[in-house]
Design a protein around this ligand. Structure first.
Ligand code: ADP
Ligand code: MG
Length: 353
């Protein structure tokens, strides 16, 4: 593996629990990893450790088969050839775009430097902007310059810490797509932090969820969404709620019975058959509005999202669920509507109570 973190623990002085706790993860060359998780879960600390700006107390960091951090080994940050793009990606306001991008290329002769800057401008789609100043560019364009500046010295690894969080949401969505294209074209290995799930799914080949210093799951976006391995990840990713379920053995195998009907094909998702009671994850896309259904639920809240409504629905026996419903089904709050389950991946955890 190109980037290999083995059991990394980072503790700041005078703190009770480690900021990063026994984290292991791998990235192949050219892969893009994305870390998401609540504020304070250790994402920035992990990135800073890889860059050599924090020192892990435990664990090994390897990049391209070279040990950067480990027992009695510590390669200085400047010698790691790792590029970083931060949240407040300050460009130098008094330098042209060309000089901003060329800033890290002091060792190159003038013609090579000009060539490299031109390549980078082309890569980020800003040909012709070389003699402009940062204030003459939009926020999104400035962010691309920051990316070009970080890529210009040909780092072995690029780290990005919430690079879009200062930009408005519409711009962010477009930029997320562009950045993935740019990173893939540059064929660079990258690890990015974001707090936006859609951004994580749009950019990452692999996505990791951090919680209280630990990496809860490290998986492809599809697996993370459909096969969360912990309650925290199930809760954190997507719009979902847990409803109680009871395990029933039938002639055809196991099923889980819930207030909204029976779920089959659950065998491979039940880790502990000795428990009879489970919490079943129901995401907004697992619940379908169906006037013919014998299961009714009352509309408690609704959010118009253009193509669909996100309805919060209360079931007869109390629990609330979420449902994404095409927006021509415009039901009033308090109305009882028919719903049924359409779950292709049943996710269960042993009941807590
Ligand atoms: P995130 O980037 O996920 O928001 P951080 O890595 O910034 O999380 O922080 C992880 C934990 O470490 C938090 O509890 C934070 O308060 C603590 N922390 C971060 N930086 C320092 C520091 N320089 N000194 C002491 N504690 C820190
Ligand atoms: Mg952070």
């Amino acid at each position: 593996m190109f980037l290999d973190l083995q059991n990394i623990t980072v503790r700041y002085p005078q703190t009770s629990s480690p900021a990063v706790n026994a984290v292991s993860l791998q990235l192949a060359a050219g892969e893009i990893g994305v870390l998401i998780g609540p504020s304070g879960s250790g994402k920035t600390t992990l990135l800073r450790s890889i860059a050599g700006l924090e020192q892990p107390q435990v664990g090994n960091i390897l990049l391209d088969q070279t040990l950067l951090d480990g027992p009695n080994v510590r390669i200085a940050a400047e010698q790691r050839r790792i590029g970083m793009v931060f949240q407040d990606f300050a460009l130098f306001p008094h330098l042209t775009i060309e000089d901003n991008i060329g800033f890290g290329l002091r060792d190159l002769a003038r013609p090579q430097k000009k060539l490299r800057v031109a390549e980078m401008l082309e890569l980020v789609g800003l040909i012709g902007s070389h003699d402009k100043y940062p204030h003459q560019l939009s926020g999104g364009q400035q962010q691309r310059v920051a990316l070009a500046r970080a890529l210009a010295p040909q780092p072995r690894l690029l780290l990005l810490d919430e690079p879009f969080s200062s930009l408005d949401i519409e711009l962010r969505e477009r930029l997320a797509y562009d950045v993935r294209q740019i990173l893939k074209q540059a064929n660079i290995t990258a690890l990015m932090v974001t707090h936006d799930q859609l951004e994580a799914f749009a950019i990452g080949d692999v996505v990791g969820v951090m919680h209280a210093g630990q990496l809860e799951q490290w998986a492809a976006p599809y697996a993370l969404y459909h096969r969360p391995t912990s309650r925290f990840v199930a809760d954190f990713i997507g719009h979902g709620v847990f409803v109680p379920g009871r395990l029933v053995k039938t002639a055809n195998g196991l099923m889980v019975s819930t207030a909204l009907g029976e779920l089959h094909d659950v065998n491979d998702t039940l880790p502990d058959y000795s428990t009879q009671y489970f919490d079943v994850l129901l995401r907004s896309d697992d619940i379908v509005h169906d006037d013919e259904s014998r299961f009714k639920a009352t509309v408690v809240r609704k959010t118009f999202r253009g193509a669909d409504f996100l309805y919060t629905l209360r079931l007869e026996d109390g629990p609330e669920v979420l449902a994404l419903v095409p927006s021509h089904h415009d039901h009033a709050i308090g109305e009882a509507i028919g719903i049924r389950l359409d779950v292709s991946h049943v996710v269960t955890f042993p009941a807590t109570s």
